[in-house]
Design a protein around this ligand. Structure first.
Ligand SMILES: Cc1cc2nc3c(=O)[nH]c(=O)nc-3n(C[C@H](O)[C@H](O)[C@H](O)COP(=O)(O)O)c2cc1C
Length: 179
């Protein structure tokens, strides 16, 4: 059975509506480990060795976070700098990294509406383009990148029904990696 690691980078999950709903939909799945980065490292002192060990134990890595300034919350950026180091996470000589062949999913919640993330909308482009550094980073680390999981419109807020649907879709996606 493929093991799924969900790295969640939300500065205040206790106050989160949307990321918490997504996590609640998957945290009881047998093959899933949820790792709350802000709870583990409130002082931003990341234990990179422990993080690499956790990554090594799993087959699918999910990077879940709210979109902050068209990027990740700060601790997730720090995590990338500290954990994804040369020789372990990426190489330049064509040799496999320690992450080679694992699957990667970026799962985000965005305050902006789906319309705002279009060429005609407020953001003038897609969320995939704006979060393109995730794609480049994960490709550099030789992960197999799955389509992004997106929940839009969190500032206005999803209705209970919309949030239930999003959580169900997240559950189905994460469950699909079990086999
Ligand atoms: C500091 C900050 C920056 C944000 N930047 C963006 C942004 O660039 N684009 C966007 O769509 N939403 C942005 N948002 C809205 C968040 O994505 C939104 O609060 C989050 O998805 C809600 O999820 P939650 O209910 O799990 O907290 C920002 C919010 C904060 C607090």
């Amino acid at each position: 059975m493929s093991k799924v690691l969900i790295l969640v980078g939300h500065p205040d999950l206790a106050q989160s509506k949307h990321n918490t709903a997504l996590l609640d939909a998957v945290r009881d799945l047998a093959h899933v480990t949820v790792h709350d980065l802000y709870a583990a490292y409130p002082d931003f002192q990341i234990d990179a060795e422990a993080e690499r060990a956790l990554l090594a134990e799993h087959d699918v890595i999910v990077f879940q976070h709210p979109v902050y300034w068209y990027s990740t919350p700060a601790l997730f950026r720090q995590w990338q700098d500290d954990v994804l180091t040369y020789g372990w996470a990426f190489t330049f000589d064509g040799s496999p990294s320690q992450l080679a062949g694992k699957k990667a999913v970026v799962a985000v919640t965005a305050g902006g509406s789906v319309e705002s993330y279009t060429p005609e909308g407020m953001n003038k482009t897609t969320i995939e383009t704006l979060l393109g550094s995730w794609d480049a980073t994960l490709r550099m680390c030789q992960l197999d990148i799955e389509p992004m999981f997106k929940v839009y419109g969190t500032v206005v807020g999803l209705s209970d029904e919309e949030l239930t649907t999003a959580a169900k879709e997240y559950n189905e996606l994460i469950a699909s990696f079990a086999s």
